[in-house]
Design a binder for this molecule. Structure first.
Ligand code: ZN
Length: 468
């Protein structure tokens, strides 16, 4: 399947048959928008507006791992990426399309790999663009007409501000051709996902090094921008039949880079990360959890007959004591919610505080404790819930959440889901948006998931223990 990532000015693709916007969920959270899946000239196409429809997401906040992962999960094998850029060369005037073949990555602090501690991989970026997809883009661009160049170096800066003149001149001294804010880490992540990737960089204006830069009116830039978007749509329509079939093996090797990239020995791999990458569609061999000393299921202690006879108590204390195990659990949860604009973690008394505190720190959001009754001073909201015998209640500080805030509820374990359901009700009393309720351990036989879903929340867990 062919994937198209539309940049600034390109938020939809018309003419697709059986077109449908599809929501895709990934282990790395939500992509920029739903993905438009349809058919053109008998070719399956998946289109993602990089910044979301209406251009909502700035370059630094793009969840690129989710974008690439979502396309991969849909079965995308080739990506044609479209990006608006500034020109660093006199002979690449506004309106020029450049099929770049090199990148200089100057971005900072973006999540630029699917791999992590416990699953180390090094893929080659010597040739970051698939020449096969590049050939198709070139043929299509020539058919469209207009100023065109094959090959060139794209400097990816962090933004959102444009460069200073001193910076612009440095990039020129490096021999770079165009400058933009979005193609990294997109190209790196496509490579790790073994997707053939090429970029069409559409020159909107000269960067500020150019003597004419200050004289160009906003109206002229907007006009070029509009014309580029129209030509890009034409280019895409012409490129689609050229990329109708992904070859059995890409002659450039993009679709089997992981063959020799994963360094971590099978017995030392993080089983949880391996499962996440498999869900994301990456070709990573599932690790046998039996051999992973930090595997979550092994680190969770089972205490028989606690707190009363007949109950198998699943205890995460031993997991918390293991540095690698604790870190992996928190990272796996954080990776899911990064890029989802979470305002607060609602941690459930008491082990939810430990996980939730670490998550809130990593996500840079607030933490709202959901406490057992009588523990919070001042004005509180209270929700009661039924126990086997009698009732219990949880409380939230009355001003603990604001209307419309996006929250994730977290606890160590979901059994029947009574407490978590009460936490959802507390969030709803404040008209907050429950993005998801997440847990380290799920006991599926007790149907807590169904109960929370019926209450309108999505549920995510890292490990399940059946038969409890
Ligand atoms: Zn390729």
């Amino acid at each position: 399947m062919l994937g198209i990532i539309g940049g600034s000015g390109i938020y939809e693709l018309d003419g697709l048959k059986n077109a449908q916007w599809r929501e895709v969920d990934t282990p790395f959270g939500k992509p920029s928008d739903a993905i438009l899946v349809g058919e053109l000239d008998g070719v399956q196409v998946a289109f993602l507006p990089r910044h979301g429809r209406g251009h909502r997401i700035p370059p630094s906040l793009l969840n690129v791992r989710a974008n690439i992962s979502a396309l991969k999960q849909l079965g995308v094998t080739d990506i044609l990426s479209l990006s608006a850029v500034g020109s660093l060369k006199e002979d690449l005037p506004p309106g020029t399309f450049v099929v770049v073949d090199q990148f200089i990555d100057l971005t900072r602090g973006r999540e630029s790999t699917f791999f992590d501690e416990g699953l180390v991989a090094h893929v080659s970026m010597a040739h970051p663009v698939c020449a096969r997809v590049g050939d198709a883009a070139e043929t299509a661009a020539k058919a469209v007409g207009g100023s065109f160049r094959r090959g060139g170096t794209y400097v990816c800066m962090e933004g959102p501000q444009f460069s200073s003149r001193a910076e612009s001149n440095i990039y020129r001294s490096w021999g770079a051709h165009v400058i933009g804010m979005t193609n990294m880490p997109e190209a790196k992540l496509a490579r790790e996902a073994e997707i053939c990737f090429a970029t069409v960089a559409m020159v909107t204006d000269f960067d500020c090094w150019h003597p004419d830069h200050d004289a160009v009116t906003a109206a002229a830039v907007a006009e070029t921008f509009k014309q580029n978007a129209n030509r890009a749509r034409d280019l895409v329509r012409r490129a689609i039949p050229l990329l109708a079939k992904h070859p059995e093996k890409c002659p450039k090797g993009c679709d089997h880079v992981l063959d020799a990239a994963v360094m971590t020995a099978p017995h030392a791999r993080d089983a949880l990360r391996a499962r996440m990458l498999k869900t994301a569609g990456l070709r990573v061999e599932a690790t046998d959890a039996k051999h992973d000393p930090h595997d979550l299921a092994r680190l969770i202690r089972t205490v028989p007959d606690f707190p009363k006879k007949g109950i198998q108590f699943r205890d995460i204390t031993t997991l918390l004591e293991d540095a690698a195990g604790f870190r992996r659990s928190v990272r796996a949860l954080v990776d899911r919610y990064k890029g989802q604009r979470i305002d607060k973690i609602m941690g459930i008394d008491a082990r939810g505080f430990i996980l939730g505190g670490a998550m809130a720190y990593e996500l840079g959001c607030g933490f709202a404790p959901v406490r057992k009754k009588g523990k919070l001073p001042g004005a509180t909201l209270r929700v009661e819930y039924a126990l086997e015998y009698g009732t219990d209640a949880v409380e939230l500080r009355e001003d603990g959440l604001k209307r419309g805030e996006r929250v994730v509820i977290v606890d160590d374990l979901i059994a029947t889901g009574g407490t978590a359901e009460a936490a959802i009700k507390l969030a709803k009393l404040k008209e907050a948006v429950v993005v998801e309720a997440c847990f380290v351990i799920e006991l599926p036989d007790l149907h807590g998931r169904q109960r929370l879903e019926a209450a309108g929340a999505r549920v995510h867990s890292l490990v399940s223990f059946e038969g409890d």
